[in-house]
Write a protein that binds this ligand. Structure first.
Ligand code: NAD
Length: 335
């Protein structure tokens, strides 16, 4: 396949009605590509699906109806998944089905149709409690929750498909994703329900729609006792997907961590939310949650070296600022 900037290609985006998949869909369309979105809207939003994309409202289980040899897909970007780590511990069967059975159906359709490339949304959750920091791609994988286990299983299935069938596969292991894509006909941002991510919850509190923010544990061995996480802007993350599609080589499964390489404690994030919004964010401290590592920070050099990926919006102020703009000017009116 020639470079994406040079030719237009036909791509399937699973989960294109979700936060990250919708941003990537927008960027692919803006680059002139043809996009089919497969998303049954179980957690996604119709308004986030670009009207220029063909939207097939169906579960991954039915993907073989869409990914046929005749359809002529040049690649798949696979975002569709259930993503709440806490829920995955109490309703594991949902996660094994959606994330693993669904992904295996996708890989089977990809094989049968001869689609050459797959880029997969993996996660830092595959590493579990890291043995060393920052976390490189060769770190031990030992997920502490079912969500991470399902993602690691799909990573392994991709390795098999690359070895067995010559698939060009890339897993992008995201750390924490934040911000919004504001430079789009319909602004695209985070709207999970229930929301489990720190920044949108803190914005809810700043806006007065929630009373308080709960921090889970303040006795971790970090500068202020709260957990440390590594954040990247969703538009930077989206750009990495286009680069990964270009870089994917048949018969190889490459894995890249996508993070900034530096971490912020939860309290530092809340302080940035206070600064950006100009509103108070009252906080209460709850006990630690099982399976929450003290610190997750990516060693992010490999994506920079091999994909030529450089985040354009690396600061937390950029990310919180864009998320707040989306929240104030778009989320409420799109709801
Ligand atoms: N948001 C993050 O911070 C983060 C971090 C690491 C990894 N990821 C991964 O990135 C991907 C996208 O995350 P997001 O935040 O955009 O989530 P999201 O919930 O906003 O989007 C997921 C989309 O997939 C769809 N979907 C889920 N299961 C499906 C199925 N079986 N069939 C058809 N459609 C289905 C949902 O309707 C939704 O539109 C996920 O795979 C997630 O594991 C996200």
């Amino acid at each position: 396949m020639a470079r994406l900037e040079e030719i237009n290609v036909k791509l399937l985006v699973t989960g294109g009605a979700g936060f990250i998949g919708s941003v990537v869909t927008r960027m692919l369309l803006d680059a002139g590509h043809e996009v089919v979105v497969l998303d049954d809207l179980r957690t996604g939003h119709q308004v986030a699906v670009a009207p220029e994309a063909t939207h097939v409202v169906a579960p991954l289980d039915d993907v073989a109806r869409v990914v046929t040899p005749e359809a002529g897909f040049d690649g798949v970007l696979h975002f569709a998944a259930l993503i709440a780590a806490g829920e995955s511990m109490v309703r594991p069967e949902l996660y094994w089905h959606a994330n693993v059975v669904g992904s295996l159906a996708l890989l089977e359709a990809v094989r049968a149709a001869g689609v050459p490339k797959v880029v997969f949304s993996s996660t830092a959750a595959v590493y579990g409690n890291p043995v060393e920091l920052p976390i490189s791609e060769s770190a031990v994988t030992a997920p502490t929750n079912t969500y991470g286990a399902t993602k690691l299983t799909v990573d392994m299935a991709l390795t098999s498909a690359a070895v067995g069938h010559g698939l060009a596969a890339v897993s992008l292991r995201y750390f924490n994703v934040a911000g919004a894509h504001l430079d789009a006909p319909v602004a695209l941002g985070e709207r999970h329900d229930p929301e489990t991510h720190l920044i949108p919850i803190a914005l809810d509190v700043a806006a007065g729609r929630r009373e308080k923010l709960q921090l889970f544990g303040d006795d971790y061995p970090t500068v202020d006792g709260t957990c440390v996480r590594d954040y990247i802007h969703v538009t930077d993350l989206a750009r990495a997907h286009l680069l990964a599609l270009d870089a994917a080589v048949g018969g190889r499964h490459r894995i890249y961590n996508l993070g900034s390489g530096s971490g912020f404690t939860n309290r530092q994030v809340v302080e940035v939310v206070r600064e950006v919004t100009g509103h108070p964010v009252p906080v209460t401290v709850a006990p630690r949650r099982a399976g929450d590592p003290a610190e997750l920070v990516a060693a992010a050099e490999l994506a920079r070296e091999e994909l030529g990926w450089t985040p354009a919006k690396p600061t937390l102020h950029d990310m919180v600022g864009d998320a707040w703009t989306f929240y104030r000017h778009h989320l409420l009116e799109q709801a």
